[in-house]
Design a protein. Structure first.
Length: 250
């Protein structure tokens, strides 16, 4: 009983010391640390958005309707940035990207579990993981700085390619004269998150993070502006209007 009480007291003292150090660190850099905390919260919320989709798979006992592409793309990007952050020794980015990789693996394994045709998705996931492993092994064989540049460049290019998806959505909005195919909340959330990361990358003077997230911030902001130009609901066609007007009054 005495040993248990001693353990509790030690844990309490350790927690108090940690909170004191955290408070002193925050007090010395309030603006910067507010940005770090805000960015971390936004990123965690962004990564956990698909949990509602996982719940939908659980209820419907199938994931065949949803595409694995967003989860695979995020898995690739997060894995690359995780390895890059290990080179830079950035603890904040390491923690967030490790969390992101873990969540993407959870989403993909859950999707695989509820998939009717599992083999194709499993093959793609194994192929991507193998290619990432080969890339990381190649980078490990290089000098530390060269490996860092290699992984950072690949991660930047991968995220820049992902940013092009926003431009495709912009083109779709201009062509259809409406933005009813993507939720406003998700686009606004992404733009705010990318702005946080851009400011953070400027603060730590990381060119790879700045270029990658700067491109994503610009394209997502352009897509956000489409909501100010075009309606978010499709206008009713003449046929739909006529069908409503000709409907019998009950």
């Amino acid at each position: 009983m005495a040993e248990y009480s001693t353990t509790i007291n030690q844990w309490t003292l350790t927690t108090i010391e940690f909170l004191k150090e955290f408070y002193n660190y925050y007090k010395n850099n309030p603006l910067w640390n507010s940005l770090l905390i805000s960015t971390g919260i936004f990123y965690i919320l962004f990564i956990t958005i698909p949990l509602k989709t996982v719940y939908k798979w659980y209820r419907q006992k199938t994931s065949d309707i949803d595409s694995p592409v967003p989860y695979l793309a995020t898995y690739i990007g997060s894995s690359l940035w995780l390895r890059y952050s290990m080179y830079t020794g950035n603890l904040e980015v390491i923690i967030l990207q490790a969390f992101s990789v873990s969540m993407q693996m959870f989403f993909l394994i859950t999707m695989l579990f509820y998939r009717t045709k599992k083999m194709k998705l499993l093959q793609i996931l194994c192929l991507i993981t193998t290619l990432l492993g080969m890339l990381f092994l190649w980078a490990q064989m290089l000098q530390t700085e060269n490996g860092k540049v290699l992984i950072g460049t690949v991660a930047t290019c991968a995220q820049a390619i992902a940013a092009l998806a926003c431009l495709l959505l912009v083109h779709k909005a201009v062509k259809r004269k409406t933005v009813d195919f993507v939720p406003l909340g998700s686009v606004a959330f992404t733009s705010v998150l990318e702005l946080h990361i851009v400011i953070y990358s400027i603060g730590i003077r990381d060119l790879h993070l700045l270029i990658a997230n700067g491109a994503f911030m610009i394209t997502s902001t352009v897509l956000l502006l489409m909501f100010l130009i075009y309606p978010s609901k499709s206008p009713k066609t003449k046929q739909e209007k006529n069908s409503h007007s000709s409907a019998p009054i009950q």
